[in-house]
Write a protein that binds this ligand. Structure first.
Ligand code: GLC
Length: 740
């Protein structure tokens, strides 16, 4: 009997979602049959909320609005929902959108920081906490995860990205979608709809200048920029946002090939697509539409479901349908997509916020998760046997980022409250109040050029055993529209570091920034460097946990650190070129005066900064050391549709427990198109006690081994493959196999 019940319940649970889906589609059909063309177009219109004006009330009542963004007061959410549910002809709840990018109230490290954890668990937990807090205030839709592959640190939005690698971005992006959307039941009061963005290629903005054109050809698009979106759509992402950039001369918000051929026909996406802020209307500035009417025609025919704030659809789309410029079926399809997500969010059953429930904002367990995320997101770049510090050490705490409650949170903080930030100095006044320290900021903020307090800073260092110098970027220096052409430590921070070092004591440099900075010049003045991509609300205690060794740094770089801004773009998964530079190259000092036309090697490098970056992708130190050995392949040859297991032994050869991000890279040595010298195709966080070893195993399937060829079809090609396992993208433990 019991078995029968189990079988029955398994059957029901597998049939239910499909049955529920049929039920939703039927409900959508019923709704559509009642709606006028104008009411359908109203669902495709998103407005920004400033205040409940008469004009807005009027639009809500007649069904001109499908979504509002930036309504943050739960009572106001209930007020606008009551209008559309009780006073409009066809009651359809609003979907309320908000940029909940790396936390709602409890702020986690910026996405680039979370990526440094190489931990899907950290990323999923951060999104789960954000969703619970956001939905408790009536937000049901976030505009995240941002999946733009970012190879240019001049671009301010690298801060929001998950770095330069498609595999890492896909895996962590899928984890963020799961965190936002819960176990799959979008109607849960802890879930909000994710929105994967910016579709597509925005991170390749030429010159790192935001909103600039991108020039991504089809093969690069298929093999680098599209895969994270496909990965997250397979993970169930409910919505997607188009990007500002024109790629290959076509603005994304008018690009039917990516919105229909790829997104719908190839990937079978059944959620809805929203434009970016006015990105539809901006097709006029692009020179791609002559007026708003043509904007509406282009985007509707391209398959863009909802317009964010530029107001072309609501004015022109009904007339375009009546005049035959846009088939009504295109409108019906868009509205179906929108209604489908509203049903899945449970908004028809209950569009209201239960304001009687106790607040979950800044819950202790949320702050604990944020602290753990900040611990795992920090990267130890240098340590000349100075870290970890004893808690008996007298410390000089110096620099403009030591007590920067607002800036520590990083970019895209719509709802985070700096009064909840625990800065490094804040932690020294609370949990770490037993530490003997002296504090001298010396600068008021990262751009401050006033050196008047440098002497004080030097004296503070002289009076202490160790100086811990907190430098970096104000949050306003990264994020949207905040590109920089110089990415050195801004202002006179480097001079402050040098002044502190001149006191003759050991110096620990702690950086909080929204991008990888060019810090080669600063390294000689620091005996240790801990890098934090704006670590969020709990960054302060997390940093002291690491500096005092309560936690062992485990972060790895999700993006290459260049020596000079002029090296950009420089990324690990590059092509080999026909003239790859050797390990040793001629540098300026090697060149004789009046050298004439002697050859300096005729390979690909810079005379002044060489061939290599300062720190490679995947790099990060620990307080212990890890050794790799015994790389073993399950077979020396596999068929093109075959899989392969690769394992290696990792040993903690140091004196303290630590966590290593074990990384696996492959190289398809010869292809019908040029393939990168290395590609990340696996990573695992492994915690080992001193002296402990563990065998770590990865499986390579056609998914990891394949690539899109000139026919834009994914395939695995026969030939030689190399595989490496190690602690960064320079991993040397190597194996080879053949695909037959
Ligand atoms: C912004 C951003 C986008 C954001 C949207 C709504 O301009 O490009 O990422 O989600 O507008 O704020």
């Amino acid at each position: 009997m019991k078995i029968r019940i189990i079988v029955l319940s398994v059957l029901i649970s597998s049939i239910l979602p499909a049955y529920a889906q049929i039920d939703v589609e039927k409900k959508i059909d019923e709704l559509l049959s009642k709606m006028t063309l104008e009411e359908k177009v109203g669902q495709m219109n998103q407005l920004n909320f400033d205040a409940l004006t008469d004009d807005l009330v009027g639009n809500l009542k007649v069904g001109n609005v499908g979504s509002l963004l930036n309504v943050t007061d739960p009572e106001m959410v209930n007020q606008v929902q009551r209008i559309v549910m009780n006073e409009s002809r066809v009651p359809i709840p609003l979907i309320i959108g908000r940029d909940v990018i790396h936390g709602f109230k409890t702020i986690f490290p910026i996405p680039l920081g979370q990526a440094a954890s190489f931990s899907p668990e950290v990323v999923e937990e951060g999104a789960r906490v954000a969703a619970a807090e956001a939905r408790s205030t009536g937000v049901t839709w976030t505009f995240a995860p941002m999946l733009d592959i970012s190879r240019d640190a001049r671009w301010g939005r690298i801060a929001e990205s998950l770095g330069e690698d498609p595999y890492l971005t896909g895996k962590l992006g899928a984890a963020m979608v799961r965190g936002f959307q819960g176990s799959g039941d979008l109607a849960s009061r802890d879930a909000i709809a994710a929105c994967v963005k910016h579709f597509v290629g925005y991170g390749a903005s030429e010159g790192g200048r935001d909103y600039n054109s991108t020039n991504i050809p089809p093969l690069l698009m298929r093999n680098v920029y599209l895969p994270p979106f496909h990965e997250t759509i397979k993970a169930g992402a409910a919505t997607l946002m188009t990007s500002f950039n024109d790629n290959d001369e076509i603005p994304a918000s008018g690009n039917g090939y990516i919105l229909k051929n790829i997104l719908r026909d190839e990937w079978d996406f059944d959620g809805f697509v929203v434009s970016d802020w006015a990105s539809m209307g901006e097709m006029i500035a692009h020179g791609f539409a002559k007026d708003a009417r043509q904007v509406a025609e282009i985007s509707a025919n391209a398959g863009l479901d909802m317009e964010m704030v530029s107001g072309a659809y609501i004015v022109h789309l009904a007339e375009l349908v009546c005049s035959g410029k846009v088939p009504e079926e295109a409108v019906d399809t868009a509205v179906r997509n929108i209604l489908r997500i509203k049903f899945r969010l449970g908004l028809f059953e209950n569009p209201y916020v239960d304001t009687s429930k106790g607040s979950v904002l800044y819950a202790d367990e949320h702050l604990k998760s944020a602290r753990q995320a900040a611990v795992e997101s920090a990267i130890l770049l240098k340590n000349e046997n100075i870290l970890p510090l004893s808690e008996k050490t007298k410390i000089a705490v110096i620099g403009p980022m030591a007590d920067a409650a607002h800036d520590q949170l990083g970019t895209w903080i719509f709802d985070g409250d700096k009064n909840y930030t625990v800065t490094p100095v804040g932690a020294l006044k609370d949990e770490y109040k037993h530490i003997n320290y002296v504090y001298e900021p010396a600068l008021g903020y990262s751009r401050d050029k006033n050196k008047a307090n440098f002497e004080k800073a030097k004296n503070a260092a002289q009076s202490a055993d160790v100086a811990v110098v907190f430098l970096g970027e104000e949050s306003i220096l990264s994020g949207e529209a905040h590109s920089l052409s110089n990415i050195n430590l801004i202002g006179v921070q480097s001079e402050l570091l040098q002044a502190v070092k001149s006191a003759g004591k050991p110096v620990v440099l702690v950086i909080m920034a929204g991008r990888p900075l060019t810090i080669e010049r600063d390294l000689p003045y620091a005996d240790a460097v801990l890098y934090n991509f704006h670590p969020g609300t709990m960054g302060g205690p997390a940093i002291w946990d690491l500096l005092f060794g309560k936690a062992n740094p485990s972060g790895k770089l999700p993006v290459t650190f260049v020596r000079e801004v002029g090296q950009i773009p420089m990324y690990y998964n590059h092509n080999n070129t026909g003239r790859p530079a050797p390990d040793q190259v001629s540098m300026l000092d090697d060149i004789e005066q009046e050298a004439g036309q002697t050859s300096l090697g005729n390979t690909s490098f810079y005379l002044d900064s060489g061939r290599d970056p300062l720190f490679p992708f995947g790099y990060g130190l620990s307080y212990t050391q890890f050794d790799y050995s015994d790389l073993v392949l399950s077979s020396k040859t596999i068929p093109v549709n075959g899989s392969l297991k690769v394992k290696a032994t990792v040993k903690n050869t140091g004196k303290t427990e630590g966590t290593e991000v074990v990384q696996l890279y492959i190289q398809d040595v010869v292809g019908s198109i040029v393939r990168p010298v290395r590609e990340l195709k696996g990573f695992q966080r492994v915690t080992l006690k001193a002296g402990e070893s563990k065998t770590v195993e990865f499986t390579l399937t056609p998914d990891e081994l394949g690539f899109y060829g000139r026919d834009l079809i994914k395939r695995v090609e026969p030939g030689d493959f190399n595989v490496w396992i190690g602690g960064d993208s320079k991993a040397s433990l190597k194996g080879s196999f053949v695909v037959e």
